[in-house]
Design a protein around this ligand. Structure first.
Ligand code: DUC
Ligand code: ZN
Ligand code: ZN
Length: 464
């Protein structure tokens, strides 16, 4: 059989382990794994590693962010950046604008993503209201359409749900077979600390981190896992930043609660000191939960090494720094409270984990593939993605494990005007990204097509 495309010579990382073999691709799917394969097009990948294309199951793209504030990425720039960082699927959130229903929000997001994406896209929902239309009509309809996961917030005025509302939402998740993701931080504790800081004149960006300390996240993580236990549902705790929150997750697992956990590059590489730069510079690192300290980084590493984390995502949430519609929003210099929360990272997630994990000998290639692709697909129901296996979409990224470079804004493709990792040295870099058999990035250059499409999902396995 002559394939559309054959990749030869790479070390292929698949759930069964690594092997040197050819990958035969026809019709956008992997159809043969073997030797001596023939294809219309042949990519010689000798010396490279073939991994499942990255799936970043936690990104924010073109999300409403408050009056006058704009995210730095639209779908074209975010997916271009994602593809250049070795990703083939991103999972952004649909957040309704005030007065908009969840279903209307999803329609608007589809329109924004249509025809301009370099990676595939699959939407999560954000549930910010537990009203009867959202719970009784919109959520069940959207879950039935394959949007089988949603996030709830325990923090942020206007977005947060209280415990009773979270239980109601979790009950819909249980009935409809969807997965609830939780942003776990205690809003009232933050508000108390924030008011106090402002009264004392502590208004610089670093006070963002100091008013969201570890206990705020630990308590909310305990509550989120307990609510899931009461509702009888699985739960994903997103962006876990510290060891105490992870302890709560592991304790809940010990009681039999089905708790999944996500962490992100910022919690293994950045610290609150990054926010403590002169003047307003620290705003570049303002995200929630905030980066902690080297002790907490070590606790997150220990969790990654013992398999306590299911997924490693970017939480890409980009705002431009030198921009009154970004980090420099009205009031942001007068108080850290007004700095938009979030950092760009969809392009740097994989190189950072590859370098810090695989190149430094802490993670095997197989664990890396699980944390960055395979588990995302399995957990969120991306049936044909996340592994180099026969029958799967030909979503493949070729890595040069020997390439050492420094991360630099000037080389990145996102819409932000900075990277929090400027100058950070990494060894290992994705050199070619292939989406359903189409090359979308080669040697750092995005290919000028838009083959990405929206992917509906099946019921997440863990909800069964
Ligand atoms: N939570 C996220 O998941 N992303 C950005 C901001 C936030 O608080
Ligand atoms: Zn969050
Ligand atoms: Zn997020």
């Amino acid at each position: 059989m002559t394939h559309d495309l054959v990749i030869t010579g790479a070390r292929v990382v698949s759930p069964g382990g690594g092997a040197a073999c050819d990958i035969g691709i026809t019709g956008g799917r992997i159809v043969t794994l073997g030797t001596g394969l023939t294809g219309v097009e042949v990519i010689d990948a000798t010396g490279l590693i073939a991994m499942p294309g990255g799936i970043d199951s936690h990104v924010h793209i073109a999300q409403p962010s408050g009056p006058g504030v704009e995210m730095a990425d639209d779908f074209a720039s975010a997916t271009r950046s994602a593809a250049c960082g070795g990703n083939t699927t991103v999972m952004p959130f649909c957040l309704p604008e005030d007065g908009q229903s969840l279903r209307e929000a999803v329609t608007a997001y589809h329109a924004r993503a249509e025809g301009c994406c370099l990676t595939d896209v699959s939407f999560h929902l954000i549930v910010k209201s537990a009203d009867p239309i959202t719970l009784g009509q919109d959520l069940p309809a959207l879950i039935a359409q394959g949007l089988t996961s949603f996030k709830v917030f325990m923090t942020y005025q206007g977005m947060r749900l209280n415990d009773g509302e979270i239980l109601q939402v979790m009950d819909v998740a249980r009935e409809q077979g969807a997965l609830t993701m939780v942003h776990a931080e205690n809003e009232e504790a933050i508000e108390f600390l924030r008011d106090k800081a402002e009264r004392d004149g502590r208004i610089a960006p670093v006070h963002h981190a100091r008013t969201r300390p570890v206990p705020v996240e630990r308590e909310a993580t305990h509550r989120a896992t307990t609510l899931a236990e009461v509702a009888g549902v699985p739960v994903m705790i997103v962006h876990v930043s510290n060891g105490a929150a992870l302890d709560e997750i592991e304790r809940a697992r010990g009681r039999g609660v089905r708790v999944l956990a996500e962490t992100c590059p910022q919690y293994i590489t950045l610290t609150a000191d990054d926010l403590d730069k002169a003047g307003f510079e620290g705003a570049k690192w303002v995200c929630s939960p905030p980066p902690r300290d080297t002790g907490e980084q070590a606790a997150i590493w220990a969790g990654l090494e013992r398999g306590a984390f299911d997924v490693f995502s970017s939480d890409h949430c980009p705002f431009r720094f030198a921009d009154p519609a970004g980090k420099d929003a009205p009031g942001a210099r007068a108080s850290f409270r007004n700095i938009p929360n979030g950092i760009p990272g969809v392009e740097t997630r994989l190189p950072i984990l590859f370098s810090e994990g695989v190149s430094k000998g802490r993670l095997s290639l197989e664990t890396f593939a699980r944390l960055t692709a395979t588990n995302h697909a399995r957990i969120y129901g991306l049936e044909h993605k996340g592994a180099i296996m026969i029958g799967m979409d030909a979503d493949i990224v070729l890595w040069d494990p020997t390439l050492t470079r420094r991360i630099a804004q000037s080389d990145l493709h996102h819409g932000a005007d900075y990277t929090p990792w400027e100058g950070f040295e990494v060894t290992g870099w994705p050199v070619r990204t292939i989406l359903r058999g189409h090359t979308v990035m080669e040697n750092g250059t995005p290919v000028d097509t838009a083959p990405g499409r929206h992917v509906a999902r099946i019921r997440p396995e863990i909800t069964a």
